[in-house]
Structure formats: C-alpha cells, structure tokens
Design a protein around this ligand. Sequence first.
Ligand code: ATP
Length: 211
Amino acid sequence: MTAVGVFGGTFSPIHYGHLRSALELVERLGLDHLRLMPCAVPPHREAPSCSAQDRLAMVELAVAGEQRLRCDRRELDREGLSYTYDSLVGLRGELGEGHSLSMVLGADAVQRINTWHRWRELLDVAHVVVLARPGWEFPREGEVAQWLATHQLDSAAALNEQACGGVLIEELRPLAISSTEIRSLLAGGHSPRYLLPEPVLDYIQERQLYL
Ligand code: ATP
C-alpha cells in the first residue's frame, strides 16, 4: 500500500512552519510523498492579496530539491471555489482505492471543518491528520469535538492499515510562524528573513509582493 499526504492552504506565502511540518510528517507517517496544494479561491476566507499563480510559484520554489515534497496545482486548474472535498476525490481517483491518502490541516483549520463543503464525507475519501499548532487548542465540545473523538486513531501505523476514514492528531515541532506575520513584517518595512526559504523571499522582493 502506498501512502500519500496532501496539505492544502493559502500559502501566502509558504514558510518554514509549513515546510518543516510537511517533512516531519513524511518521515513520521512513512509517506511516499506529501503534496502541498495551494487553493485558488478559498471558500472560507478573504481572497489572498497575492495571486494564485504567485503563491503556486513560491510553493514550487520552496519544494525544489526535496523529492518527498511536491506541489499540487489542481485547485488552480479548476474553475470556481476550491473545495477540498473535490480535490480529494480527484486525488483518490489518481491513486486508486487500495492506497492510503491523508489530508493534513492545522489545529486552527480543524475548528471550522464543519463549515466545509461535504465535510462528513471527507473521511470516505481520505484520512484527516490534524497538526497541533502553537497558540491553538482542539475543540472540547460540539460536533467537531465529537467527530474527532469518533474517528480518532491511536497511532500513525493505523493510517497504513486502511485507505481512509481515520483522524490522527500529530504534535510536531512547534514553529510559531504564520503567513500573516510575514505579510505584516513586509508591509511594515521589516525583514521576514529566516522565517521562509531564501528563494521565496527573493521572489517576493523581485515582485514587490505584500507591500
Ligand atoms: P495565515 O496567517 O495567512 O492564515 P498560515 O500561516 O496559517 O496563513 P495557511 O496557508 O493558511 O498558512 O495554512 C495552511 C495550513 O498550514 C493550515 O492548515 C495551517 O493550520 C497550517 N499551518 C500554518 N502555519 C503552521 C505552523 N507554523 N505550524 C503548523 N501548521 C501550520
């Protein structure tokens, strides 16, 4: 059984919080590879100030040279809102039924997962891996808390025993870096250097993004 991960986000811009988490997950979960998948039109937040093409280009620069991390551009190739469910169905179709597919998201994103399009059906297509993130807690009550408790797996090994249907909570190295902070450093004339890869910062500066 092959195991593949997919990590969706705005990536405006991609930073070491995303990248280090992605690589640690590949190693901890024994993934063949993990796809970073920038969204074109996020359904649940304001449109990012930077174009989808630029965000995609920065993800591509960031993963160049690391075979186990890849950039997945399917949401940019599709019209309309970027629904994760549709992307997972597409990925599942490419991967085939017998392989493990895990969708990764941060603790902040899981709090609102019950507002996502066809959220309860996500587990029919993939596993969900939730990353603990500095400053964020998991919901303790309500339908998301109940959903987490019902589907929670007790070990990473269980992800490779079935193709989909489980929720795994992983605590990785906490890196308190956010794209919001990087954008405000840039807008305030400060340097975000060492919070994100150098080629990504060069790209931002050449195109004068986030000023
Ligand atoms: P913003 O500050 O604009 O909201 P962000 O830094 O949260 O951006 P996103 O592109 O929105 O980045 O995040 C994509 C996914 O990566 C989300 O599931 C988010 O929870 C997760 N993520 C972002 N930063 C980190 C981090 N430092 N550690 C772990 N997960 C992270």
